[in-house]
Design a protein around this ligand. Structure first.
Ligand code: PEP
Ligand code: MG
Length: 748
């Protein structure tokens, strides 16, 4: 890079900074800047186009084009050359603009006399802010140096826009991050919450994009990168190669941290006049822009790695850690790109809601959010770029929708919804100590699902008769190492203490495939949900399950113990798992340890095949619990985590209900207790139908117990059974309409 250009670029940036430091309203500043850039780049025209909304760019200042076109000329994203730059985030450089594909002539600007055109995006960390353009009469291509210099200027403009330097009255720019934004994501956990944004990783603010002394800035960058390398190495030593996936990510970090190309580009940015942190951010913005157009998942992961690494580097350089000293607001709604289960548990019940850009229904974060009953919306794309700490936010976990900085009317309607839910909950609270006895006299046992010690207080609060499903994965997911037997025994024992004699059904580890333990060897599988998971892993590698079974036996301390095995697909799997438990009982007895006062061993029916198992299976199992989430996904061959199909099939589908009937009949024949513990058990209409079909125990989220009990107490299940029979016999695909019709005639 020639020295002359370097110092000119630095000179321009310094002039730019001085201009920005002068007092003046937003528009005045923009006008001065276009004049300055045109002058420095020896081009007749310099224009700044900024986004008015997501789709529209507006000419906000110009040197050289007709002044009356300012704030009049607008184009849509992708329209004309300016729109093309904005859409693709890639510079356009041409000697003959009118001959370029997509060129759109704007007569009001008088630009027809200018032949050459160079446009670069103004963007900050993936957030598109506008386009910076220079044009000249002479037909020539701009040099690489000129493009580069303009990009550096655009970077500084982006920083200043973020800091609100161009905000002003009238037609000037309105401040960023102040408009209401609606995000349509997906449901991770139902429920509604109103609160204030709490960014998991607050954005780093760069107040000094221009560096005066390149030598000093280079030294700062070098020192920060050294520190970064050191911390990555330390993290690698800590994982000790045990966690393959984490090691791979860290290796990628190390590769980037040592990458000459990355370092060279940042040093060049500094030579052009940027400060060290602005140089890091410029490269980070470029990587984010690339991320948008890269479909290859491997490359996308690497770009994410680079993004994370850049964030770390920025924090080192600016001293702005995750702990910025800001105080957590009341009713905090956590906003993050993604979050691990352990971090989420650290926040615990302090959070009123969670909004993630990524995540999936079955992700560990979703599992924790569900256990903590915190409304969660996933796939809220780019919310971390838009939200600021303390912004008002509404999370509608039922619809998978988020309102950031909502209008008053939206907020008022939302509050009504929350108030109605709260009112209903208090109505349900009065039913807490009453049984779920239907008008026909049948009583349904309502239990709750749990997965954390923190869930147990809901047992008393909800009026649940027991814990019908205690998912044991979380204790394994949140640790970096396999938990010790003693540790687990203490936790399980604490759960039994908190249950105060109510029944708790512990489900052994349902792990593998998508729920990979940090310390488990990762196996790539094309179809994880149908892969090596749950009991399959336990039987092939019995060490962990044996340890878990021992912990459960010791936790009982003479109290009754109920254990069930997940994902049993055939009789033999149950027989073998059951025998393993009995072997452990024998060993405990030999060691002279205290045994549970009673032991029940059950199976989860989650694959259709088990419904057709031999009679002996139904007789051997002490109880069976239908895992409706999995059973439904395999019955309909519809992935429960795939947004495209997961709501496509309904539990009230007549074929599925006929299948449930068969399972009920087989359990009745063998006199085996049957329960249902999938999400559908907590949906009032579905729960009613399950009860009408003969299910006598339902296990659900604690918050669902009230609504389900209320409805059961208002109907006659024998009558409903007749309605269901009639509907099914009529040949309809789905009986929901028929059931709703009948319900509308009932006094509910
Ligand atoms: C189910 O599949 O219905 C179930 C309760 O288990 P999980 O949701 O944990 O897979
Ligand atoms: Mg399941």
């Amino acid at each position: 890079m020639p020295d002359r250009t370097e110092s000119e670029s630095r000179k321009l940036l310094r002039r730019l900074r001085d201009t920005l430091a002068e007092p003046g309203a937003g528009q005045e500043r923009l006008d001065r800047i276009t004049h300055l850039i045109a002058d420095s780049m020896r081009s007749e025209v310099c224009s700044i186009y900024l986004f008015r909304d997501d789709e529209t760019l507006e000419l906000c200042a110009t040197e050289g084009l007709k002044p009356e076109s300012v704030h009049k000329t607008r184009m849509r994203l992708g329209e004309g050359l300016v729109g093309r730059v904005a859409k693709s985030s890639v510079p356009v450089n041409t000697a003959n603009a009118p001959a370029e594909k997509g060129f759109r002539y704007m007569p009001e600007t008088g630009e027809e006399i200018y032949s050459s055109f160079l446009g670069v995006p103004i963007q900050r960390l993936g957030e598109k802010l506008g386009v910076l353009v220079v044009q000249s009469k002479q037909a020539r291509l701009f040099s690489d140096d000129e493009i580069y210099a303009l990009e550096v200027v655009a970077m500084v403009l982006a920083e200043m826009t973020e800091l609100g330097a161009f905000v002003g009255e009238g037609e000037a720019l309105s401040a960023l991050h102040q408009q209401p934004v609606l995000y349509k994501g997906a449901t991770g956990q139902e429920g509604a919450a109103e609160g204030k944004v709490w960014l998991h990783e607050p954005r780093v603010v760069i107040t000094n994009p221009v560096g005066d002394d390149p030598k000093k800035e280079r030294a700062r960058l070098k020192e920060a990168v050294e520190q970064l390398r050191f911390s990555v190495d330390a993290m690698l030593t800590m994982t000790d190669g045990q966690d393959k996936e984490q090691s791979q990510v860290l290796e990628a970090y190390r590769m980037f941290a040592n990458s000459r190309g990355w370092m060279r580009r940042m040093e060049e940015d500094i030579a052009r006049g940027l400060s060290a942190e602005a140089a890091v951010e410029k490269e980070q913005s470029a990587a984010r822009a690339r991320l948008e157009s890269v479909p290859d998942p491997y490359l996308r992961d690497r770009l994410h790695d680079l993004d994370d690494l850049s964030n770390r580097l920025l924090r080192i350089l600016t001293g702005q850690g995750a702990d910025t000293g800001a105080e957590m607001p009341e009713n905090p709604i956590l906003v993050a790109r993604n979050i691990g289960p352990a971090e989420l548990l650290d926040y615990g019940r302090k959070l009123s809601g969670i909004v993630l850009e990524e995540g999936s229904v079955g992700s560990h974060a979703a599992v924790v959010a569900r256990a903590l009953a915190i409304p969660l919306v996933i796939h809220a794309e780019r919310i971390t770029t838009e939200a600021l700490n303390g912004d008002a936010i509404l999370v509608d976990g039922d619809q998978g929708v988020v309102h950031l900085r909502p209008e008053d009317t939206v907020a008022a309607a939302f509050r009504d919804k929350i108030a109605m839910q709260a009112e209903a909950q208090s109505r349900y609270a009065s039913l807490r100590d009453l049984p779920a006895t239907a008008k026909c006299g049948t009583t349904i046992a309502l239990h709750m699902n749990a997965g954390l010690m923190a869930d147990l207080p809901s047992l008393a609060g909800s009026g649940a008769e027991g814990v019908g499903l205690f998912r044991t994965e979380l204790q394994f997911l949140i640790r970096a190492h396999v938990p010790k037997r003693g540790e687990l025994a203490d936790i399980y024992s604490g759960v039994l203490d908190a249950a105060k004699g109510k029944r708790v059904v512990f489900r052994t580890l349902d792990i593998g495939s998508d729920k990979v333990l940090p310390y488990m060897k990762r196996v790539e599988e094309p179809n994880p949900a149908m892969g090596w998971r749950a009991i399959r892993v336990a039987l092939d590698k019995p060490g962990v399950m044996r340890m878990q079974l021992q912990a459960l036996l010791r936790a009982a301390k003479g109290r009754p113990l109920s254990v069930m095995f997940p994902f049993i697909a055939e009789f033999d799997e149950f027989r073998t798992a059951r025998q393993m438990l009995l072997d452990e009982v024998k060993r405990e007895r030999q060691f002279g340890h205290q045994l549970p006062g009673a032991l029940e061993i059950g199976a989860m029916l989650e694959t259709p095949s088990l419904a057709f198992a031999p009679k002996e299976f139904f007789e051997l199992a002490d109880f069976i619990s239908i895992g409706g989430n999995d059973l439904k996904q395999f019955f309909f061959a519809a992935d429960r985590e795939n947004e495209q199909v997961r709501r496509r099939y309904d539990m009230l589908n007549a074929s599925f209900l006929s299948f449930i009937r068969q399972i009920v009949a087989r359990c009745e024949e063998a006199r085996t207790e049957l329960s249902f513990c999938g999400e559908d058990a907590g949906r009032p209409i579905e729960a009613l139908c399950l009860a009408a079909l003969g299910l006598r125990t339902l296990s659900m989220r604690p918050a669902s117990i009230g609504p389900v009990k209320h409805l059961i107490r208002r109907v006659d299940l024998t009558e409903l059974r007749e309605v269901i029979d009639r509907e099914c016999a009529s040949g309809v695909t789905n009986i929901r309409a028929g059931v709703m019709n009948w319900l509308s005639t009932q006094d509910i």
